[in-house]
Design a protein around this ligand. Sequence first.
Ligand code: G6P
Length: 471
Amino acid sequence: MGHDLVIVANRLPVDRVNDERGRSTWRRSPGGLVSAIEPVMRAHDGVWIGWPGGTSQRLKPLTIDGLHLVPLSMSEEEIEEHYEGFSNGTLWPLYHDVVAKPEFHREWWDTYVKVNRRFAERAAELAAEGATVWVHDYQLQLVPQMLRDLRPDLRIGFYLHIPFPPAELFQQLPWRRQILEGLLGADLVGFQLPGAAQNFIRLVRQRVGHKTHRDLVYLPDGRTVRAAAYPISIDAAGFEDLARDAAVEERARGIREALGDPRKIFLGIDRLDYTKGIHARLRAFGELIRDGELSVEDAVFVQVAVPSRERVEHYRNLRDDIELLVGRINGDLGRIGRPAISYLHTSYPREEMAALYRAADVMVVTPYRDGMNLVAKEYVACRVDDDGALVLSEFAGAAEELRQAWLVNPYDMNGMKAALLEAYEAEPKELSRRMKAMRKQIAQHDVKAWADSFMTELEDEAHHGHTKTVR
Ligand code: G6P
């Protein structure tokens, strides 16, 4: 007896961790992927296969908070080579416009293949006859084809949560053909943006030599694969309710007070990742204070940096760079009781995030490249009074939907300074006009709409995909 919906993702929605007293417990995992899929799981009563973090072995399937979870363990070597190595040292920087230099190591690739196979085998065991399997993200791009070989009866969807690079960059990958073929095992391959889907289709045509037409790929065996954009979103109503909660409102007031009731609060919340442009935004803010455009009596920047991938070298260096900069800015420009930047290296539960969003006047989201960026959408959902400003990088997927944000190029320091200042000085009427439009967009395109449109298309594609012919 199997499951009708199987979610396959590198991470489970919870991590196995040790608490202060050394006992192991479960904690919510970081990142946008987990927050997006959780509601889908609940709606379809699915099972979720993923790594629980760490090296714990032989964990049994379990149900937490109504979610059926199947932990899949990784050895120390697999963590180093599949997760830290190939996923986060090769693919992550390559897919994010090579903002850091990707490394190519053959051993990393071998382990990536091995771990992908283990995921595919476990999914094949758990899926009922004719079930739907939804595979997620760059850590598992070989699973669709491996799974199809094991279980041709399944309906297989794949969704990439991060950008898919232009052919000129993807081409660097020594295993480019294997990755494309792995993905083509799916009936439907979903991306954040239409441009990413087009990159994929073009690569399939050029590198694998299959016929393509618009968003369809025609395989020699008669099967078709569709590649299209499904911009991911958030549980907008859930965030809105949270933001209206009396305890959250009270906490938002408490945060403002603790910061010394400045005129305006700037806020950044990111995983501590070099794609997020944290350094550039803090520099821009520091320069505005140095130039006398802003003062530490009136404005403070709260930067929450959520610990991430801490054993990967690029990430360790990034943390040092940012903490050096924060120290310098505060040392040079702060006053007693008035630091320019209030920096926190930690992660917070949803309630505290909502309180921060409510407390912040200017939300600053400036990635060099980002698949979507759900923090930007969460901020908008939490601004229930239609106020507050969003400064958003053009290079975040969210910029295609949130057109009323102050859009910036994070490489353009002066442009970014000007936008921060404009957002700081904007009239309430202007803020409200922009926020209303963005809130409408998010309310209409929430995570449920995202999942429904992907699942509906997947069912349709798998029904008809085999019989379609070249038009
Ligand atoms: C992004 C990725 C996810 C990943 C998350 C957290 O959202 O798209 O696949 O899980 O970051 O990163 P981590 O390496 O901690 O899983």
